[in-house]
Design a protein around this ligand. Structure first.
Ligand SMILES: Nc1ncnc2c1ncn2[C@@H]1O[C@H](COP(=O)(O)OP(=O)(O)OP(=O)(O)O)[C@@H](O)[C@H]1O
Ligand SMILES: [Mg+2]
Length: 250
């Protein structure tokens, strides 16, 4: 459903050229939850921007459902929830925004909006403004907004990276609960190894910049995932295996 072949990208500025992506190849199949694990500054956001059509690669090919990313329907959750939600809209109005753009009937907008708010236990906050919510709640609203109009794929750029440990784990469970229902094809970037494994069907490990795919790991933990899996021997073994590749490659 997502196919990235030999993608390269560099940025030019006054101080020279930065090569960010160096022949990136990856595939995400329909209904899969795939995480991309890579160090800070390795090019993860650039890769997601290219897959979602926000930015254009220098060479190589990206197809989303066989289409150019610009023509595909992509749901995007940004890293910075403070900048991505609309402060002048209520929680409900934020979630139904893409439905308004798509000119969906008011009645259906209300139905979808309320369904999603109920799912994340925020129905009581329907008419609040986003600044009245906690960071974790804001990211849940961002996720709901991204999936409200049933996108082909969901792309998430470290959505929980500024939350504390226990809130992050709670948000991961909430996200999986939402994902489980429709099994929307998801590509999720993280520099948190526990998160990358806990969420995924497979983990794609990137090299430091310029990024290329170093190795792909299958995660064979059963679903639904539960927090006790974080300390299971299978989890620890995979975690060590991934970190070894990562350290070794550095
Ligand atoms: N528009 C741009 N113009 C110039 N350089 C850029 C641009 N966007 C990104 N870069 C550079 O490309 C490199 C990769 O950036 P990118 O944001 O993709 O990394 P990242 O892996 O998402 O980092 P982080 O973990 O900090 O989010 C960085 O060195 C960055 O400075
Ligand atoms: Mg980034």
């Amino acid at each position: 459903m997502i196919s990235v072949r030999s993608v390269t990208k560099e940025f030019k500025n006054l101080s020279g050229t930065t090569r960010v992506l160096e022949g990136v190849n990856l595939e995400v199949n329909k209904g899969e939850f795939v995480t991309v694990f890579g160090p800070n500054g390795s090019g993860k956001t650039t890769l997601l921007n290219i897959i979602s059509g926000i930015e254009k690669q220098d060479s190589g090919e990206v197809l989303v459902y066989g289409k150019n990313p610009k023509d595909a329907h992509v749901g995007f959750v940004f890293q910075n929830y403070n900048e991505s939600l609309f402060p002048w809209r209520t929680v409900f109005e934020n979630i139904i925004f893409p439905l308004e753009i798509a000119k969906i009937k008011k009645e259906k907008q209300n139905k979808i909006g309320e369904y999603l708010l109920n799912k994340i236990q925020l129905l009581y906050a329907k008419d609040k403004y986003v600044y009245e919510l906690s960071g974790g709640q804001r990211q849940l609203v961002s996720i709901c907004r991204a999936i409200a109009s049933d996108p082909d794929i969901l792309i998430m750029d470290e959505p929980f990276s500024s939350l504390d440990y226990s809130t992050t784990r709670k948000m991961e469970l909430e996200l999986l609960d939402i994902w489980q229902e429709k099994k929307i094809t998801t590509l999720f970037v993280s520099h948190d190894i526990d998160e990358a494994i806990f969420l995924a069907d497979k983990v794609i490990v990137l090299s430091p910049r310029p990024a290329s795919v170093k190795k792909i790991f299958e995660v064979n933990l059963p679903r639904p995932r539960t927090l006790d899996m974080l300390s299971s021997p299978e989890f620890t073994e995979l975690r060590n295996e991934i970190l070894n590749t990562f350290e070794y490659e550095k």
